[in-house]
Design a binder for this molecule. Structure first.
Ligand code: G
Ligand code: G
Ligand code: MN
Ligand code: NA
Length: 253
């Protein structure tokens, strides 16, 4: 398979990039941080992770790729901090295989130490489905990471099967409502009730609630009314290169 051969070489050929999508404190900012989103520049075409991550996951290549992502995100975080953005955070997505790899905790701590960044500025996003696969183990892994200081976020929330008992025990600081509930969000809809319930759950469990996929002003206003803490989506900012972020005209960032 040509794609697999190319993907094996993508790291050493310097074809992987991170784009960063801003997250805003509701309703209008400022920027609280960014989610790192992987891209592969393959023969002049930018590929999204949906195209190559399933293959990376199946073949185990996600392990070196994931280490590259974490290292690059920490390097960027360090650079932003030195440039004065000392309150910007970066969130990195972890796949199931990465989350379950034996030396994840050591690898994360080692990377943070090497780049000399405050661990609190790094968030690890783990999907609800991944976190609930083996909840006792997830609690233990996240406990070690959060004791060190790194933050944890439960991604794509609402699409998995959470045990509320375990959700309560997971030492996460953030819940990300899956974009599927935000797409058609209007007052009075079924999605509005679900989103409202997730926000209430987050507040009860002392978790910051993030909405992703915010595309309209109506969604932005409504989510703010419902008490959502943080907003992310094309309305507020697309995934961008670090250069685009450096050139952003809004000083309120
Ligand atoms: O970025 P979109 O930008 O197209 O991302 C598509 C999917 O890929 C999302 O589910 C996102 O969580 C996932 N993703 C993006 N970047 C990374 C990454 O660095 N590692 C992992 N494991 N998943 C990622
Ligand atoms: O699974 P995860 O939530 O990590 O993935 C985030 C995905 O959502 C990425 O593919 C990212 O590019 C995409 N995304 C970010 N903002 C928006 C948005 O406003 N609308 C849509 N449709 N997708 C978005
Ligand atoms: Mn995510
Ligand atoms: Na998500």
């Amino acid at each position: 398979l040509q794609m697999l051969n190319d993907l094996r070489l993508a790291i050493e050929h310097h074809e992987l990039r991170l784009h960063y999508q801003p997250k805003f404190i509701a309703p209008y900012g400022p920027v609280s941080g960014f989610e790192a989103l992987l891209r592969w520049e393959r023969n002049g075409i930018t590929l999204s992770p949906d195209v190559f991550l399933p293959l990376a996951e199946k073949t185990g290549l996600i392990i070196p790729i994931g280490e590259w992502v974490l290292n690059e995100a920490c390097r960027q975080l360090r650079e932003w901090h030195l440039a004065g953005h000392t309150n910007w955070t970066v969130a990195v997505n972890l796949s199931t295989l990465q989350f379950e790899q034996a030396n994840l905790v050591e690898m994360v701590i080692d990377t943070v130490e090497r780049h000399q960044i405050p661990p609190e500025m790094l968030t690890l996003e783990v999907t609800e489905t991944t976190a609930m696969r083996n909840p006792d183990v997830s609690v233990e892994i996240l406990e070690r990471l959060t004791q060190y200081g790194v933050k944890a976020s439960i991604d794509d929330f609402g699409t998995g099967y959470s045990s509320l008992l375990y959700l309560k025990r997971l030492p996460a600081s953030e819940l990300k409502i899956d974009g599927a509930f935000i797409n058609d969000l209007i007052a009075g809809s079924e999605d509005a009730s679900i989103v409202s319930a997730i926000i209430a759950l987050g507040q009860t469990l002392n978790l910051k609630v993030v909405a992703e996929g915010v595309e309209t002003i109506q969604q932005q206003d409504f989510l703010t009314q419902l008490g959502c803490d943080t907003l992310q989506g094309y309305l507020l900012g697309r995934p961008m290169t670090p250069q685009q972020i450096a050139q952003h005209p809004d000083s309120d960032w």
